[in-house]
Ligand binder design. Structure first.
Ligand SMILES: Cc1cc2nc3c(=O)[nH]c(=O)nc-3n(C[C@H](O)[C@H](O)[C@H](O)COP(=O)(O)OP(=O)(O)OC[C@H]3O[C@@H](n4cnc5c(N)ncnc54)[C@H](O)[C@@H]3O)c2cc1C
Length: 408
């Protein structure tokens, strides 16, 4: 296909995952056009069992989905997070983050599949988005006046600004030579759905064990009224294959030991899958006519459920900056506007990444002394309403200089 059939667009978004596709939609709502290129087949990405994860969507991210017109479709599928219980291995001295009723919830849990289906459905109907799926990029160019990507079939896509949204392994970021700070936690997150006897009452549990955090995240009841939660169990890399290979019965037994009967009898729902865990961060997130967003810019431990939320804040900031550029009659790839995007995101991203890494390390320290110190610290937080409020605002994503689209 020649590029005549593919008119130049404002944005060339490489990677149409949760962050890339949200950017395309949010930009389109402001009249900004894009090509979205993803190597994957959307039918596979949304197939039952492809991505069995569920994501905690913060209040600010929910505002973004609302402001781009997705709330009506998503609302019936989201399970409110009424409170978060944090415990050191279920020993006494836990912290309960429970906002007052008038303050609203701490976010909502959504199956990633639901988020993807909703975004893809909305993108299909949006004239300002041209979606190229199952497309492999063989060449990327960033010139003085614009950018382009050539697909395997010879199609050339042109735009003013290239956005790398290809997740952790972003080839666009690598090609552009960004330097990453990165390390491996030597842990893997094992995920699976659970059906349980007792209602979860909207509580998200973070139970820290020395061998890794064990999170139970509330989901809506299924069609038969059975109570459901999503499990994210972090295990050492050396144990991961063994845990994945356990029979269902043995796996269930291991989970039950760690759940201390908080949900009564449990059953497994769906199959297990796993994700290697590492930290990666780049201070620079722009280059000539290029911006990084989402996991392409920052990949973190899922312990605090912040990765996607941080990526959605990138989306909000970039759209704000692009809208401002448009108002001033500037090119979307304008260097000063991009510098504003980088500056805006730098502190938030560093804070969230740093806090998540510290939490991961702090709760991973073995031994009775480390546990005693942790529980002492947790008891302190539990007694300090102002500190608890600060943590809750962070979980909601409502602190700091919020982009327009993330405001309620
Ligand atoms: C177990 C687990 C639980 C999590 N829970 C939460 C949570 O509760 N809340 C939260 O906020 N975050 C959570 N996260 C983090 C969150 O899942 C990620 O931050 C988020 O999915 C990143 O989205 P993304 O679109 O940036 O990248 P990705 O989801 O990696 O998407 C990248 C897209 O780019 C495409 N792509 C890749 N390479 C190319 C290429 N060369 N050419 C074209 N396309 C390409 C891929 O096909 C894909 O569609 C969790 C992560 C894990 C591992």
């Amino acid at each position: 296909m020649s590029d005549k059939l593919n008119p130049g667009r404002d944005l060339l978004i490489l990677g149409g995952g949760l962050v890339g596709m949200t950017l395309a939609l949010a930009a389109a709502r402001k009249g900004i056009s894009s090509h979205v290129v993803d190597r994957a087949d959307p039918a596979e990405l949304t197939a039952e069992g492809f991505d069995g994860r569920a994501s905690a969507i913060s209040t600010a991210s929910w505002n973004l989905f609302t402001n781009i017109g997705l709330a009506d479709t998503l609302e019936p599928h989201g399970c409110p997070i009424e409170s978060i219980a944090v415990t050191d291995g279920m020993k006494p001295g836990r912290i309960d983050f429970r906002p007052e009723r008038h303050e609203g919830t701490l976010g909502r849990m959504f199956a990633n599949r639901t988020l993807r289906l909703t975004l893809f459905e909305a993108a299909k109907d949006e004239k300002l988005i041209t979606w190229h799926s199952k497309a492999n990029i063989v060449d990327r160019q960033r010139g003085e006046h614009g950018v382009s990507a050539t697909l395997e079939d010879g199609t050339v896509l042109r735009a003013s600004l290239m956005v790398a949204a290809e997740g952790r392994g972003s080839p666009t970021r690598e090609e552009a030579g960004f330097t990453m700070a990165q390390w491996d936690y030597h842990h893997r997150a094992i995920i699976i759905g659970l059906v349980h006897e007792k209602p979860h009452e909207g509580v998200a549990w973070e139970i820290f064990y020395p061998d890794g955090p064990f999170a139970l995240l509330p989901l809506l009841d299924d069609e038969e009224g059975r109570h459901r939660s999503a499990l994210v169990w972090t295990v050492a890399e050396k144990d991961a294959d063994g845990v994945l290979a356990l029979s269902d019965r043995a796996f269930l037994h291991e989970i039950e030991k760690r759940m201390h009967d908080i949900m009564g009898d449990i059953e497994l729902k769906g199959s297990r899958s796993s994700y290697p865990l590492g930290f990666q961060h780049t201070a620079r997130i722009i280059d000539h006519r290029l911006a990084l967003i989402g996991d392409a810019a920052h990949g973190m431990h899922p312990i605090a459920g912040q990765g996607l939320n941080l990526g959605l804040r990138d989306v909000g900031a970039l759209v704000d900056v692009l809208t401002e550029a448009r108002r001033l009659g500037l090119d979307p790839g304008d260097a000063q506007m991009l510098a504003r995007y980088e500056q805006w995101r730098a502190m938030d991203s560093l804070m969230v990444m740093g806090a998540t890494d510290t939490l991961t390390r702090l709760f991973g320290l073995p031994g009775i002394l480390a546990s005693a110190v942790r529980r002492f610290g947790m008891a302190g937080v539990q007694r300090m309403p102002s500190l608890k409020r600060w943590f809750m605002d962070e979980a909601r994503g409502v602190s700091g200089d919020l982009p327009e689209l993330l405001k309620g």
